[in-house]
Design a protein around this ligand. Structure first.
Ligand code: ADP
Ligand code: MG
Length: 245
């Protein structure tokens, strides 16, 4: 579904990502770990096509198409979606109206999902205006559900969310990614950025990567990598980082 080859990215003339390679197949969900400032959000912003993030080397392929220079709306139409870490407030725009514009599923289904997310009362509020951290995350998930993209990225869906809601969000992410279906029936793929492992208890992830200082320092099984991070922090990554850069 997604293939990234030798990708290097500059932001404001500073090189942030260096020689990133990543392959995510249909049916797979990958998780991206890494310390603050490593470049995780930069990678996601580059995949969605935010013009502030300049590809200086390498390519991004989606469903076999080279999308490296494609504008953001074309990528969205092709089926890439993103739940932002910190989406902006949009005063004057009701969540209901935004959902109706972006919807690729029936309104009844959106209402049902809003119900599950305990978010029906928010449909007539201005998007993100005065929302708490957890409410912003639920709003992002509802928008993603409405867009129904094939490839979904989640930038720290668990940050600022209390423990009870992490379970709910984790289960819904798992559902959006069709990880609650039989492997043969899965048509989606995803990339999740998270600091804490909590949410991963509720999502069936296939592979993990650590981004360290703009470089993918290692990849492997999510449990193994998470346990190593919990035990040693990111200090151990320095060795792999130096080998890879
Ligand atoms: P992470 O998500 O891993 O915490 P980011 O991708 O947000 O890291 O940031 C990586 C580096 O790129 C940081 O030093 C950050 O300040 C810089 N950066 C990211 N986005 C921008 C931007 N829009 N303008 C300027 N600097 C940016
Ligand atoms: Mg980030």
């Amino acid at each position: 579904m997604l293939s990234i080859e030798n990708l290097s990215v500059k932001v404001e003339d500073r090189l942030i990502l260096r020689d990133v390679n990543l392959n995510i197949n249909v049916g797979e969900v990958h998780v991206l770990f890494g310390p603050n400032g490593a470049g995780k959000s930069t990678l996601i912003n580059t995949i969605i096509g935010n013009p502030r993030y300049k590809v200086v080397e390498g390519s991004i392929y989606f469903k076999g198409k080279d999308i490296t220079d494609m504008p953001i709306y074309e990528r969205a139409k092709l089926g890439i979606g993103l739940a932002y870490q910190k989406p902006p407030e949009i005063p004057g725009v009701k969540l209901r109206d935004l959902l109706k514009i972006i919807a690729r599923v029936d309104w009844e289904e959106i209402e049902r999902m809003a119900e599950i997310l305990k978010f029906k009362d928010f449909l007539d509020r201005d998007v993100n205006v005065g929302f708490s951290g957890g409410e912003v995350k639920r709003s992002e998930l509802l928008q993603l559900f409405a867009q129904n993209p094939d490839f979904m990225m989640f930038d720290e869906p668990d940050s600022g969310v209390d423990v009870e809601n992490i379970k709910l969000l984790g289960r819904i992410i798992n559902h959006l990614l069709e990880k609650d279906r039989k492997p043969a029936d899965r048509r989606k793929a995803g990339l999740i950025i998270t600091h804490m492992g909590h949410i991963l208890k509720f999502i069936n992830v296939d592979r993990a990567h650590i981004l360290y200082n703009g470089v993918i320092a290692c990849s492997g099984s999510p449990e193994e990598i998470l346990n190593t991070i919990i035990k040693y922090g990111y200090k151990r990554c320095i060795r792999c980082y130096q080998r890879r850069r």
